[in-house]
Design a protein around this ligand. Structure first.
Ligand code: HEM
Ligand code: HEM
Length: 220
């Protein structure tokens, strides 16, 4: 009750970050960028459809004639290797996400997702609140929550595809799940572009100066 009557300080991006969140943040950054690289390679250089004629032409030069299906299966073997890397990285990403959920329970209260949002809402209800900064802070926090939801969908759909691969009954639904997985990739890419631009732009302003190094050294 006493907490409700206390004046809430203006929320700031110059926050402390626990070792767990920093470790999680930078590991997730590396793994997601690597995962996106595997998708890019699989869809371009290792695309089995565009490599099939290449295999046929190369063998033709050596006077070996193979059918379209035979050439496609060779091209496929290379793209399968890239997808296998994507799956390994996917397991690491799923592990990191699980770690993110578990350590949320052990975070100091002022660094937990829900109390941070509640605090920002309470600040906004105060008559002397800086509404513009308060709303901006809240919006940024909601983008984090949206990202976590997108990551949950991406992890579940990814794992579903791995385990449904050999199950005949699940092949129809696997197509839908794969479409969802592809659409969510674009949501995650949008988040990354907005997030990194936002963090870099904020560094140039007084309210965010030093926030990127805070995410590295933990902040004061
Ligand atoms: C794949 C790329 C990235 C993803 C998915 C990502 C994701 C996230 C998430 C989810 C948070 C919120 C953590 C929380 O408090 O719950 C966060 C915070 C943050 N990120 Fe990233 N990030 C990425 C790359 C980067 C990069 C490259 C930078 C630096 C240029 C950066 C700078 C920051 C900073 C400064 C914060 C703390 C902001 C605050 O306190 O509100 N991020 N990031
Ligand atoms: C940021 C995270 C991720 C992104 C952006 C991403 C993106 C993609 C994309 C675009 C595809 C191709 C879909 C298609 O063309 O049908 C794909 C396939 C796949 N992904 Fe992910 N994915 C991510 C995370 C995961 C995770 C966590 C797993 C779980 C292990 C996973 C497992 C798979 C599997 C099994 C496939 C099918 C590969 C195949 O066709 O052989 N992905 N992913």
């Amino acid at each position: 009750m006493a907490e409700l009557n206390q004046e809430v300080k203006e929320p700031s991006f110059r926050e402390k970050h626990s070792v767990s969140i920093r470790l999680w943040h930078w590991s997730t950054f590396i793994i997601i960028m690597s995962s996106l690289t595997t998708v890019l390679l699989a869809k371009t250089l290792f695309n089995s459809r565009s490599n099939t004629p290449l295999v046929q032409q190369n063998l033709q030069h050596n006077n070996v004639t193979v059918t379209n299906d035979q050439a496609r299966s060779v091209a496929h073997a290379f793209s399968d290797k890239i997808w296998q890397w994507h799956i390994y990285l996917g397991y690491v990403l799923a592990g990191l996400f699980l770690f993110r959920i578990i350590f949320e329970f052990f975070q100091p209260k002022q660094q937990k997702v829900i109390p941070i949002i509640k605090n920002a809402l309470r600040y906004l209800r105060q008559p002397n609140a800086d509404k513009k900064n308060g709303m901006h802070y809240l919006l940024v926090r909601f983008t984090y929550v949206s990202f976590y939801c997108a990551l949950a969908v991406q992890t579940c759909t990814g794992l579903f595809m791995v385990y449904s691969d050999d199950i005949e009954k699940l092949q129809d639904i696997r197509h839908t799940v794969s479409d969802i997985h592809s659409v969510f990739m674009w949501l995650i890419i949008t988040y990354i572009v907005v997030h990194i631009s936002g963090a870099v732009i904020a560094e140039f302003y007084k309210h965010g100066k030093g926030m990127i190094s805070d995410m590295i050294n933990g902040g004061e």
